[in-house]
Design a protein around this ligand. Structure first.
Ligand code: SF4
Ligand code: SF4
Length: 182
């Protein structure tokens, strides 16, 4: 299975998974995802604003990013019925979810791994107040992943492409018989 096939398979699994959730689980998940998106946006608001540095760097942190997008990151999009990214896996080593203008996803929908990564150059120019606000946001985001995984009994924090390549990992854990057999 190539990356494009894995992406399509992962999206189909997660879409069916989301569609089959009992109402109470979907509502609880929706509450978690609201915070997940908000905290990502807040974190990126604190760590961006350094376009000149990133331009000089040339976007080193956005290379080889295909495994950063998780199952939960996809659910955060499906929950809002937001347009899904159309990854281009042929532009290696550039991230399949970005282009010359940077990431094609809105801040609230970017992969958690990307949101949490703060390179040395950006860390060096962070104001003290912003830096101290980051740790609680990171804790909150990581806690949300754990809560969502516990709620749905699925390894949702794993990369979507890996979930698609090993669907048995999800099916074994499924409580709601949510996944198709293949
Ligand atoms: S965040 Fe850091 S590694 Fe990424 S593009 Fe900006 S300067 Fe480069
Ligand atoms: S998903 Fe977006 S932010 Fe993350 S590595 Fe790819 S282009 Fe960069």
């Amino acid at each position: 299975m190539n990356d494009q096939e894995a992406w399509r398979r992962g999206v189909r699994f997660m879409d069916e998974f989301h569609g089959r959730l009992p109402r109470h689980a979907r509502e609880q998940l929706g509450g978690l995802l609201t915070g997940y998106r908000r905290h990502k946006r807040e974190m990126l608001t604190l760590t961006t604003g350094s376009h000149a540095i990133c331009r000089d760097c040339g976007g080193q942190c956005c290379l080889n990013g295909k495994y950063r997008f998780s199952g939960l990151d996809l659910l955060a999009l499906l929950d809002q019925q937001a347009p899904l990214p159309a990854p281009d896996f042929n532009q290696k080593p550039l991230c399949p979810y970005g282009d010359a203008g940077g990431c094609r996803m809105e801040p609230a929908f970017r992969p958690l791994d990307c949101v949490l990564f703060i390179c040395g150059a950006i860390e060096g120019v962070l104001e003290e107040r912003a830096a101290s606000a980051l740790a609680p946001l990171e804790q909150e985001l990581r806690r949300t992943v754990q809560q969502a995984e516990t709620l749905l009994e699925q390894p949702l924090g794993r990369p979507l492409l890996l979930l698609a390549e090993h669907p048995g990992d999800m099916a074994r854990l499924a409580t709601y018989s949510i996944l198709p057999s293949r």
